[in-house]
Write a protein that binds this ligand. Structure first.
Ligand SMILES: Nc1nc2c(c(=O)[nH]1)N[C@H]1C(S)=C(S)[C@@H](COP(=O)(O)OP(=O)(O)OC[C@H]3O[C@@H](n4cnc5c(=O)[nH]c(N)nc54)[C@H](O)[C@@H]3O)O[C@H]1N2
Ligand SMILES: Nc1nc2c(c(=O)[nH]1)N[C@H]1C(S)=C(S)[C@@H](COP(=O)(O)OP(=O)(O)OC[C@H]3O[C@@H](n4cnc5c(=O)[nH]c(N)nc54)[C@H](O)[C@@H]3O)O[C@H]1N2
Ligand SMILES: [Mo]
Length: 724
């Protein structure tokens, strides 16, 4: 663990602290600072210092010594104590008394709740355990409170498997077929890049600590370019902004390939030694001359040429490729095309060149030991069916055999899954037995039969996997659980015991789960031990500065695969291509006549997906659900600046405060997510209109592939079209 001396510096402060409390320092007899980690699904995974006074967390701040956190937290997580102690925190187990979805509960004891849940799940499992479905995502990224004990529990039961696709699977597939996995640049190296393409990411909102590195690069002379259909806060602060239509990034990247080849900007030596399929890629790119790309993307042909030339001549050039490009039909192909660029120009030769989407594939993870799929009865001959979490609405309404029980933890599907009306119809089934583990009574919790209070990050132990940087982080508990809240892992351990699912793996301690989650003997950990990690708070993985300077990609060929034999073997296009959106003026003209506006719904700065929406100060900062629409589109529809509008299509409708703005082009609308339905005017958020259609590869969501129409909200209510 000593590859980067900066990574271990400054962590020895307060080593006199007792090992059990993992204190940074005791400021006074009554005050201490505990090392913790941000649990949220964000590339930044910050190292935290939690100040505890008289048993109460009074402040959560960023660890100044941690190189990517550097003492700064986002507005949301600096309010983590406010969230933890906030109004509405669930403190006792509750049982439904009203109708499904009404959200009326009465308190019950833990014993009664767990006994009843165990009995109900047991009865369903006796018929067919596949009628039970876990539903979880990354409410916490910890190994203990995430899929460790929960995974073991559902595997041992033989429950349906959940395809956890709602965020990153298109990109994961695109990277796997091109570079061989989720591998890439170290975010700390971007400071030395001369050109940074921020492609499909509003970093100031979603990846703040990367933005600090990009700012430092700018001070050192780098050029920053945003590729984003919307002039986001990030795009507005870059030197250049290229604004393609949503879902056209692969055409833009192939146009860049076309120009790079035509202008002789290809690194022939790197290509010859470390890539596969250059001639085939060149042939494919020949179909994407700048003029055609300009037409597809809605940008100027000269913009395509200039972008390519800038990219081909600036050295080192880096790409921060993110989730915005993945949320349309062709998301995986877009990532394939963009991830091909660095090899083409030899950018990987330099530590500050290449691309970064996620580096989670660089961690020595041992998922099978962690979540134990081998516990599934009959494994591996028998594999339970798999349900795609993106299509939970459809699955609850029509899976065969039906889903009889749903156990939700670390996720708020009623708010975040696409196609709300279908999701709500599914969750409303009176014959569905639903258990929700939560901090708050979310939109999903309203549908629970049992609502179980879970501990927050301040109250439980965990160790965190990361994807935007190369550190492991430990989270030491700083306060006792509030009320009767229990950690997820304890709840699943207890359920397993009551259901007599006896396997030592289901009684494992939290620390053992962490020991099972990664290979602690991997040389990149340099002999690090768990207790040392808890003490130090974080430690960096030792990886080479320029991981692919000399090739060695984790693909079958060891090369960057422009051409993928693995795709060809599946009868799929072996080369990246432009896959048009499911819904766009060009690809669905009849639909576009009724719903002519392309809608994208990226996250709001003060929320983390649907988390924090219930924190009053943060919701006050966002004010109300909002959208931006081009002045001409607004005028055409009689929408005044600042008026409430209804955005709708065949799937549903939601309301948002309209801002007339030239940050969007004509035909494009941006609306921020992901509000809780019940805290939104009209009771519906952006996902009322999004679709359950999937991406080209990876079975991912297509949140930003969505046509709508807009009208003033008053007109909507006059015609009776206001959502429920
Ligand atoms: N504050 C905050 N931070 C977050 C989150 C949050 O909810 N709030 N969510 C976290 C999670 S789970 C994730 S996955 C990441 C998301 O991380 P990012 O993907 O970096 O974040 P977004 O802010 O969603 O940026 C998406 C950008 O892509 C643009 N975009 C939309 N469609 C397209 C397209 O087709 N092509 C291109 N090139 N751009 C497009 C949008 O206009 C938007 O500006 O952020 C994490 N961080
Ligand atoms: N329209 C639209 N929809 C989107 C997106 C978008 O950009 N546009 N973004 C998508 C993306 S990228 C993602 S990743 C998904 C995210 O969707 P989710 O994974 O559902 O994320 P959150 O909305 O943050 O909800 C997480 C929930 O977990 C709870 N939680 C946190 N920690 C714990 C814990 O320790 N125990 C328990 N029991 N609960 C806990 C929180 O209180 C919170 O309610 O949303 C997707 N939905
Ligand atoms: Mo995400």
């Amino acid at each position: 663990m000593n590859a980067d001396p900066a990574a271990v510096a400054n962590t020895s402060a307060g080593t006199s602290a007792s090992p059990d409390e993992r204190i940074v320092r005791a400021a006074s007899a009554a005050e201490r600072i505990v090392r913790a980690a941000c649990p949220h699904d964000c590339p930044d995974t910050c190292a935290l210092h939690v100040t505890v006074r008289d048993g109460r967390a009074v402040k959560v701040s960023g660890d100044p010594a941690h190189p990517t956190t550097h003492g700064a937290l986002c507005a949301k997580v600096s309010r983590y104590a406010e969230r933890t102690y906030g109004a509405g925190r669930l403190l006792r187990p509750m049982k439904r008394v009203g109708r499904k979805g009404e959200g009326r509960f009465e308190p019950v004891g833990w014993n009664e709740a767990l006994d009843d849940i165990a009995a109900r799940l047991g009865a369903i499992a006796a018929r067919d355990p596949q009628r039970i479905l876990p539903y979880s995502y990354a409410g916490t990224m910890g190994w203990v409170q995430g899929e460790g004990m929960a995974g073991r529990f559902f595997h041992k039961l033989g429950a349906s498997l959940l395809d956890r696709t709602i965020c990153s699977m298109a990109g994961t597939a695109g990277m796997a077929y091109t570079l061989g996995g989720l591998v890439g640049m170290d975010v700390e190296r971007f400071v030395d890049s001369k050109l940074i393409l921020i492609w499909g990411s509003n970093s100031i909102t979603a990846n703040l600590h990367f933005w600090s590195f990009a700012q430092e690069a700018k001070r050192r002379g780098a050029t920053l370019v945003a590729v984003d259909p919307y002039r986001s806060d990030t795009a507005a602060r870059c030197h250049r902004h290229v604004a393609p239509w949503p879902g056209t990034d692969s055409a833009l990247a192939l146009g860049m390939v076309n120009v790079l080849i035509a202008d002789g900007l290809v690194d022939r030596d790197y290509v010859a030694r470390h890539t596969l399929g250059f001639d085939a890629l060149a042939e494919r790119a020949s179909h994407y001359p700048p003029e055609r790309v300009a037409e597809i993307c809605g940008v100027g042909a000269d913009e395509v040429r200039e972008l390519a030339r800038l990219y081909g001549t600036a050295k080192p050039a880096a790409i921060r490729l993110n989730y915005g490009v993945q949320r349309t039909h062709g998301g995986a192909n877009a990532v394939r095309a963009i991830a091909s660029l660095p090899a083409l120009v030899g950018a990987w030769r330099d530590p500050a060149g290449g691309a970064l989407l996620s580096v989670s594939g660089m961690l020595p993870l041992t998922p099978d030991r962690h979540t134990r799929p081998d516990l599934v009865p009959g494994w591996p001959q028998h594999r339970p069916r798999t349900i795609n979490m993106v299509r939970i609405g459809e699955a609850l309404l029509s899976a065969d055999p039906p889903i009889d029980a749903l156990v939700v933890y670390n996720s708020n599907p009623v708010a975040v899954a696409p196609d709300t009306e279908r999701v709500v119809a599914g969750f409303s089934r009176e014959d569905l037995f639903t258990v929700v583990l939560e901090h708050f009574q979310t939109d999903t919790a309203d549908y629970a039969d049992y609502l179980l209070p879970a501990t927050t990050q301040l109250e439980h132990f965990d160790v965190h996997r990361t994807y935007g940087h190369l550190y492991l982080l430990a989270n030491n508990p700083s306060i006792a659980p509030l009320g009767e809240a229990r950690p997820n892992a304890d709840i699943f351990r207890e359920l397993a015991r009551r259901m007599r699912l006896d396997d030592p793996a289901l009684a494992a301690s939290d620390e053992d789960i962490v020991r099972d989650a990664i290979d602690w003997n991997d040389p990149r950990l340099g002999g690090l031990e768990l207790d040392e990690l808890r003490q130090r708070g974080w430690a960096k993985l030792a990886t080479p500065a320029a991981p692919f300077a000399d090739g060695g990609f984790p693909t079958p060929s060891g090369k960057c695969e422009f051409f993928s034999e693995r795709l060809a073997a599946q009868g799929l296009d072996p080369l990246p291509d432009w896959v048009p959106p499911h819904e766009s003026v060009a690809s669905a003209p009849a639909l576009a006549r009724r719903y002519p506006l392309a809608l994208i719904t990226p996250p709001a700065r003060n929320f983390l997906n649907s988390s924090f929406v219930n924190v009053d100060s943060l919701r006050a900062a966002e004010r109300e659900p909002a959208c931006e629409i081009h002045p001409d589109d607004a005028a055409e529809r009689g929408i005044a600046d600042g008026a409430m509008v209804e955005l709708f299509n065949d799937r549903g409708a939601f309301l948002a405060r309209a801002k007339s703005s030239d940050r969007v082009r004509r035909g494009l609308v941006v609306a921020w997510g992901v509000w809780w339905h019940k805290l939104s005017p009209g009771g519906r958020n952006v996902n009322a209109v999004t679709s359950q259609a999937l991406t080209d590869l990876g079975r991912g969501p297509t949140f930003y592939d969505c046509l709508v129409q807009a009208r003033p909200a008053s007109a909507a209510s006059r015609s009776g079209g206001t959502p429920a």
